[in-house]
Design a protein around this ligand. Structure first.
Ligand SMILES: Cc1ncc(COP(=O)(O)O)c(C=O)c1O
Length: 438
């Protein structure tokens, strides 16, 4: 039996106790629980790359504004469902400053995390046109979005964009959207889990094909401005966060506060509905709602029914964060650049020890270093690799649960790994390679 960094007998015992069939097919939260158990029992720390949680403190100006708001008594008062006016104005300014798009404050709506924004959008978009009740996901993607579709009982389709980058994306999109059964499409950019970013050409293609078939684009900007190959940090100055919003009038953007502002705990995000879509009327909505206007229905139909608005104090926090960013007083990008720095070093540790980066290019350009990266080891599936890595004190998730066709792949999240663990990571990868190279 090979000597592994974590006692193999203990690991096997804990896997058995967990009731999991195998580690490689477990969900993120199941892996987290298993690794917590092994760490407690062994007293050894894992290089933990399974969960996409911020590894930085929350932005202080937000925390202070939230405390002040609570002291003023906002906890006792229902917030407006469509958001407090200063927040709506700051969101509108933010998208102008950092994406260079014009969206009226009425379409800038706080949600209970981007997660709720997505849920509300699925519910509403799949009802705007009879017969168009499916969402197309450009995968790999965030598994919880598919879970949302399953919970509601909606149908969806998806394909892995790996083989369809650049001009190839056009025909592939056509093949789905020409069926006229899709209300909308969704992708994240930068992408969770692969960290690919669509190029301007690809965003243009997405806009052209969706426009042709009357399909609404949902663009999930959970990792806003985190393509560190470009400096997206200066308000009102190019380059801007790339977005399909430059090329189409019918879109919804989801901007999360969780990663960009390390504000995941307060569950506040932004849903930004284009002016054109906000004002559009869809008589088919009357099957489910009282009003055919999209924006009105989103707010007073769907969001009212889901949570009747977003935490009042968190709205003040986000207002203060956005105001500071808009006024050029807060460089939020600088704060999260640490993720890119860590990814750069960690990717090299993997590739120096026999591993390969799976999603490695945006068309011809190497992908950025950021919050996630994907890796594989020759001759192994992602599931097999994860099953083995857990004995080497390394935890991550398989790409198989993200809609990826690259079944050899694993997603690594850099946020919780400390620089002080790089030595351990290197040793463990080296040992793994010694044990498994052919
Ligand atoms: C692609 C993507 N979308 C949405 C979310 C959820 O964001 P929020 O915390 O704002 O609900 C995440 C979080 O990991 C994500 O990776």
């Amino acid at each position: 039996m090979l000597q592994t960094p974590i006692d193999a007998q203990l690991v096997t015992e804990k896997i058995k106790e967990s009731g999991l069939k195998e580690v490689g097919t477990a969900t993120i939260r199941e892996i987290k629980r298993l690794v917590d158990e092994i760490e407690n029992a062994s007293g050894q720390k894992y290089v933990r790359m399974e969960m996409g949680v911020p590894g930085l403190p929350p932005i202080e100006v937000g925390v202070q504004a939230e405390i002040d708001a609570l002291k003023r008594g906002v906890a006792a008062i229902y917030p407006d469902i469509h958001g407090i006016p200063p927040l709506k104005s700051e969101i509108s300014r933010f998208v102008k400053n950092f994406i260079n798009i014009d969206v009226a404050p009425e379409g800038c709506i706080p949600t209970v995390g981007s997660m709720q924004g997505g849920f509300a959008a699925f519910l509403t978009l799949n009802r705007i046109n009879t017969g168009r009740d499916k969402v197309l996901f450009l995968d790999p993607g965030f598994p919880v979005h598919k879970q949302q579709m399953q919970v509601i009982g909606f149908q969806y389709d998806s394909f892995d964009v790996y083989e369809y980058r650049g001009e190839k994306l056009r025909d592939k999109l056509e093949s789905y959207l020409s069926t006229n059964t899709f209300s909308s499409i969704l992708y994240s950019n930068p992408n969770n889990p692969s960290w690919i970013c669509f190029t301007e050409k690809e965003l243009q293609i997405i806009a052209e094909v969706t426009k042709k078939y009357g399909v609404i684009v949902m663009e999930d900007l959970a990792y806003f401005a985190m393509d560190f190959r470009k400096d997206l940090s200066k308000p009102g100055q190019a380059p801007y966060q790339p977005s399909v919003a430059q090329y189409t009038d019918d879109y919804i953007l989801f901007i999360s506060s969780s990663k960009a502002f390390s504000y995941a705990g307060q569950r506040i995000g932004m849903m930004v509905i284009s002016d054109h879509l906000f004002k559009s009327e869809f008589p088919d909505l009357l099957r489910f709602y009282k009003n055919p206007k999209f924006g009105y229905t989103m707010i007073f139909g769907t969001l009212y029914a889901l949570s009747s608005g977003t935490s009042h104090s968190a709205q003040y926090a986000l207002t203060a964060i956005l105001k500071a960013a808009n006024d050029g007083e807060l460089d939020f990008v600088k704060q999260v650049k640490a993720y890119g720095h860590k990814a750069h070093i960690m990717k090299k540790l993997f590739t120096d020890n026999g591993f390969k980066i799976v999603y490695d290019k945006d068309e011809n350009e190497p992908i950025a270093d950021g919050f996630y990266f994907t890796f594989s080891y020759p001759g192994m599936s992602g599931v097999e690799l994860l099953n083995k890595l857990v004995y080497y004190g390394i935890s991550a998730i398989s790409l198989a649960i993200t809609g990826s066709d690259r079944l050899e792949g694993i997603r690594a999240c850099v946020s919780l790994v400390k620089e002080s663990q790089f030595g351990d990571l290197e040793q463990r990868l080296k040992l793994f390679n010694e044990h498994h190279k052919s």
